[in-house]
Write a protein that binds this ligand. Structure first.
Ligand code: HEC
Length: 444
């Protein structure tokens, strides 16, 4: 049994159950058993992943790439460089809510870094680096990289010791990403009785960032970031003014021990959006492929589907598409009422990625005063994970999106998309997304 497996086993049993309770995570239906995605057609466990980590590992195996070991941070700087993960994306989470709890505390938070297709977790003195990669066919694939210097560092694929937390009702019961907001005591432990929630774009700022450091400005808007509860119960009313509009963390922890001194507010907003969309994308992908496989099985048997089965398939496909669209279009986004800004430069770095339309507009342009993005249609539509959705689902999504963006009467949940927003999103996509169906090229 290697080091990490031993850690994970120590974790199991009562301690795991207690921790999951603390996190408010429902216990997965089967911890070590088979989930629906382990069976055909997904075969999560048995399929060969194809993502940025598996590609990087191939380069390491071929000797076309090396990872240099940093005396203090191990392989972290080299891995971030190899994956082109910006240091500006760093966020710091001090709650003992993840795998390597014994290395996490208020003075020694866990650092997270991310791009459109990978998330990297790092604990100071931690045994492993934790990685969740966006995989177009398998949704989220988990890896660890040993933080001991080695001639041939290896990303090891991990399943059981990650999905026990990363595949629950919080992720839509598929292997996915987590961002939580909890009340944390001086030991870094979540306060069970005070509650906590998984964060998505509908959560008001006031409830966000419990357990996270946050650097940035946000006017008079309140939040739970930078807050350590030092009393037995959460004080009511709660005054977190000391944690608001913090731009320097150096009186709270040794920031020089991290790659940057920031836990950028804008990076956090993007992280929360992106993890939510990725989970919905995985759910939609798995659902659509399951339906297609059921249909194909009937065809092989030369059995017609009953009208009920046909209707059930249509309903499930439609629901998966709608849930994904709601995430992509920021339905019910919690409103902002003062300008947000970060400290690391993440905002500029992210927006510079484009792509831009012929008027210079991009789905990555921020608003940050009323809502997060200027044009509320997620840049995740440019990702390989989106393009990897089954064609039938993608067609449905483009049709639904076209209808939402062109019809004069749309359901109230899309009311946040003004006529000008809808036109702008249509025009930006037309200039920047070559895979659009032909009818998108016509004016409505
Ligand atoms: C005890 C529960 C638990 C286990 C086990 C766990 N994680 Fe997590 N993980 C979390 C929580 C909760 C978060 C949200 C941030 C936080 O609270 O630290 C998270 C966040 C992450 C993130 C940041 C982005 C994302 O995907 O949410 C990565 C990367 C990650 N975990 C990797 C892993 C890997 C790899 C494993 C297995 C080797 C693993 N985790 C096992 C609870 C867990």
């Amino acid at each position: 049994m290697n080091h990490l497996t031993a850690t994970a086993w120590r974790f199991c049993g009562a301690r795991l159950a207690r921790l999951m309770l603390c996190l408010g995570l429902a216990m997965p239906t089967l911890i070590w058993g088979q989930e629906f995605y382990d069976a055909a057609p997904i075969r999560y466990r048995d399929s060969t992943p194809a993502n940025c980590i598996s590609r990087l590992q191939t380069e390491l195996d071929r000797g076309t790439r090396r990872l240099t070991y940093h005396p203090e941070h191990g392989y972290l700087p080299a891995v971030l460089r190899a994956l082109q993960v910006p240091l500006e994306s760093q966020t710091l989470v001090f709650s003992k809510t993840s795998l390597q709890v014994r290395y996490i505390n208020v003075q020694s938070p866990r650092a997270l870094y991310f791009t459109d297709d990978v998330y990297v977790g790092y604990c100071r003195s931690g045994e492993v680096m934790e990685i969740s990669a966006v995989d177009p066919q398998l949704g989220t694939v988990f890896y660890t990289l040993d933080q001991v210097q080695n001639d041939s560092p290896r990303f090891e694929r991990r399943i059981d010791n990650c999905v026990m937390c990363h595949s629950t009702s919080s992720t839509g019961n598929v292997p996915g990403h987590l961002v939580r907001s909890l009340y944390i005591d001086a030991d870094g432990q979540p306060m069970v009785s005070a509650g906590g929630r998984t964060v998505d774009h509908t959560m008001p700022l006031e409830q966000r960032w419990g357990g996270w450091y946050v650097t940035g400005k946000h006017g008079t808007q309140k939040h739970l970031g930078n807050l350590v509860i030092r009393t037995r119960d959460v004080p009511q009313p709660l005054d977190n003014s000391h944690g608001h509009n913090v731009t320097d963390l150096s009186d709270r922890l040794r920031v020089d021990r991290y790659l940057t001194p920031h836990s950028d507010l804008v990076a956090l907003m993007v992280l929360e959006h992106q993890t939510f969309v990725h989970n919905r994308l995985t759910k939609a992908n798995f659902t659509a492929r399951q339906i297609l496989a059921e249909r194909a099985a009937f065809e092989r048997l030369k059995e017609p589907l009953t009208p009920d089965q046909t209707a059930d398939h249509a309903r499930r496909l439609r629901q998966a598409a709608d849930e994904l669209l709601d995430a992509l279009l920021w339905v019910d986004e919690a409103p902002l009422n003062a300008k947000l800004s970060g400290t690391s430069g993440y905002e500029q770095r992210f927006a510079a990625l484009g792509p831009r339309d012929r008027q210079g507009r991009s789905l990555r342009d921020f608003d940050l005063a009323r809502r997060v993005f200027r044009y509320p249609c997620s840049y995740v539509v440019y990702s390989a994970a989106f393009d990897g959705l089954p064609a039938e689902l993608r067609d449905t999504l483009w049709q639904r999106l076209w209808a939402i963006l062109t019809e004069s009467e749309t359901p109230p949940k899309y009311a946040h998309l003004s006529v000008a927003d809808r036109r702008a999103i249509r025009e930006i996509l037309r200039d920047t997304k070559p895979e659009l169906p032909e009818y998108w090229r016509r004016e409505p």
